[in-house]
Design a protein around this ligand. Structure first.
Ligand code: RB5
Length: 143
């Protein structure tokens, strides 16, 4: 699967670890949308870039990381067609796929460990949307 990943300076370290994990341990293709250093930068730029990769179908899913996950989720959810889910545990990551058909997993680097983040990414990517009654609700969000 093609996965887009982006972070601001607050999420840079975790993004680096996740990109290395995807390359070494999975068969997914990763589009790394930056940032590429610890220098202060503005999270909406990366949220928009990851959203663009998804909306133009170059990536199927996205991962966004900032310190809290709050700014990234707000910025990503302003883009029509993006359903970004700020999750703190594996159950939420799975539910965001099953019930909300989330296409972006948002992580707060200050609130998850590297190991948990890897497991949340795995769960998010492999969990399917349940459709049925949930599809009606997701459609209503788009209106
Ligand atoms: C950066 O200091 C911080 O504001 C950002 O990473 C994020 O947590 C915003 O919501």
């Amino acid at each position: 699967m093609n996965i887009a990943i982006g972070a601001d300076h607050g999420g840079h370290k975790l993004k680096k670890a996740l990109v290395a994990y995807f390359l070494a341990k999975t068969k997914h293709n990763v589009f790394n949308a930056g940032t590429f250093s610890e220098h202060r930068c503005d999270y909406p730029e990366f949220a928009k870039e990851v959203a663009k990769l998804i909306l133009t179908r170059r990536a199927k899913m996205g991962i966004l990381i900032c310190k809290t996950g709050l700014g990234m989720s707000m910025a990503a959810n302003r883009q029509k067609g993006i359903r970004a889910a700020l999750c703190n545990n594996i159950k939420m990551a799975k539910a965001s796929r099953q019930h909300n058909n989330a296409n972006v997993l948002v992580l707060g680097a200050n609130y998850v460990t590297e190991d948990l983040a890897k497991r949340m990414c795995d769960a998010f990517i492999k969990t399917k949307f349940l459709s049925g009654r949930h599809a009606r609700r997701v459609r209503k969000m788009e209106g």
